[in-house]
Design a binder for this molecule. Structure first.
Ligand code: FAD
Length: 400
């Protein structure tokens, strides 16, 4: 074993010991399954405290530079932590938009001052971030967004509305895509990108209820909100390029995220364990050959995706451009999770229809809630159909 492998193994043992001591027990209220469903102050306070604890232990963004709050370590160290967080069923690191898209974006193209100002409070969860891209009439067609930002002295005056804004009602800052110049020949050229404060006059976030009955996203209204011109990232008219870079981090096409632990772990092995007691026609469920067949297919897919993720970490195996594996990972991962969770709920026989809080529900209705919740992941960050278009055109070279 090389010296670095020995060191990593020692580190993994330390992380294990820390998790055993520090991962909190489940509180007496329901925690969200992912960062997309933080709906109450109680959940927020709990998750904020937990993220702070992980950060103070030095287990967050370990591969980021030390001057901005990281540890300057190899990314393999953060991967060890993320695996342990999942193994210990730890609460999620909820400030995901900050941790996994704003942080890497700032490290990539932000100024030193912007990094100093924003990154540490993202890691400590003192400042929460949201993303203001989608609008009521423009989601997939993001280049057409209409929210206007008009320069007036040292500010831009913003009017319009963003929607499906995850964490919008709790956020301190928004990455905001707004139109600074209308009616250009190329619609993309009129957009600018702001690190906009949320606590200013004229910004109003209204929570929206989801299919799971939970909250988590909002409609945000801007009425003559004065966003400081100094919060613009890159220049006026560069917004589209910055937004596309952000989506690379959001979709996992570019590496550098602070942590992958933003969703409660749902593994096929856990699903099988949860269904072990279920009977079908008086026999254990897994004696049914069709159920066995479907289960094995799900196991194989899970193994294939795990190997794909491993392959993505080996530079020599990622020489194709654009990287097909990385580009298709959101598409495959979110669609697989949806099918797997549906299987988990549908195989419960008479228990399938029981939802969270029903005393008779298997594992408290976990798989039912996870299934409904998963639709968000197949839509947010670009829908399954739009991802399929991107793969078809950019990886397979098919015509538009
Ligand atoms: C849980 C959740 C959280 C979200 N959080 C945020 C957030 O924090 N910030 C933010 O800005 N946005 C957020 N979104 C919004 C998300 O990015 C959009 O919903 C998404 O981009 C789709 O846009 P739309 O809802 O307007 O649907 P539309 O674009 O109107 O699409 C409707 C349907 O048409 C299909 N379609 C559209 N265009 C094409 C095409 N060219 N080819 C084939 N099919 C097509 C779509 O796949 C979809 O099925 C979130 C969404 C969800 C569900």
């Amino acid at each position: 074993m090389t010296e670095s492998a020995t060191e990593l193994k020692r580190f993994a043992a330390d992380v294990d010991a820390w998790m055993a001591e520090n991962v909190p027990t489940q509180p007496d209220f329901l925690l969200p399954l992912s960062f997309l469903e933080v709906g109450t102050e109680q959940q927020l306070d709990f998750l904020r405290q937990w993220q702070r604890t992980v950060f103070e232990a030095g287990f967050l963004a370990m591969h980021w530079p030390t001057e901005y709050g990281g540890q300057g370590a190899d990314p393999a160290y953060q991967a060890v932590v993320d695996q342990a967080l999942a193994r210990y069923n730890a609460p999620i690191l909820f400030n995901t938009i900050g941790l996994n898209w704003v942080g890497p974006l700032l490290l990539d193209i932000g100024s030193h001052e912007q990094r100093l100002r924003y990154i540490r409070p993202i890691l400590s969860a003192e400042e929460i971030w949201c993303q203001g891209f989608s609008e009521p009439d423009y989601g997939s067609d993001l280049g057409s967004v209409q929210t206007r930002a008009v320069r007036d002295g040292d500010d831009y005056v913003v009017n319009g509305s963003k929607i499906w804004t995850t964490l919008g009602n709790f956020a301190d800052h928004m990455i905001l895509l707004a139109r600074t110049t209308p009616n250009l020949e190329r619609k993309y050229d009129g957009l600018s990108f702001f690190l906009a404060p949320m606590g200013i006059a004229g910004v109003d976030a209204q929570p929206i209820r989801k299919v799971t009955g939970e909250y988590g996203f909002n409609q945000v209204f801007f009425t003559d909100a004065r966003v400081p011109a100094g919060t613009m990232m890159e220049g006026e008219g560069d917004g589209w390029r910055v937004a596309m870079k952000t989506l690379e981090y959001e979709r996992g096409v570019s590496a550098g995220q602070a942590s992958g632990h933003w969703i409660v772990s749902t593994q096929i092995d856990d699903l099988i364990a949860d269904l072990k007691g279920v009977q079908r026609d008086g026999e254990p469920l897994f004696q049914d050959p069709l159920v066995r067949d479907d289960t094995v297919k799900l196991i194989m897919e899970a193994r294939a995706m795990a190997l794909g993720r491993k392959r993505m970490t080996v530079p020599a195996l990622n020489t194709d451009y654009p990287m097909g594996l990385a580009l298709s990972s959101k598409y495959r991962g979110t669609e697989y999770a949806r099918r797997m969770k549906l299987f988990g709920a549908a195989m419960q026989g008479g228990h399938s229809a029981l939802y969270v809080d029903d005393p008779g529900a298997i594992r408290g209705g976990f798989w039912q809630r996870a299934y409904f919740s998963n639709f968000g992941a197949t839509i947010g960050g670009g829908t399954t159909q739009v991802q399929a278009n991107i793969i078809a055109e950019h990886v397979l070279g098919l015509p538009k």
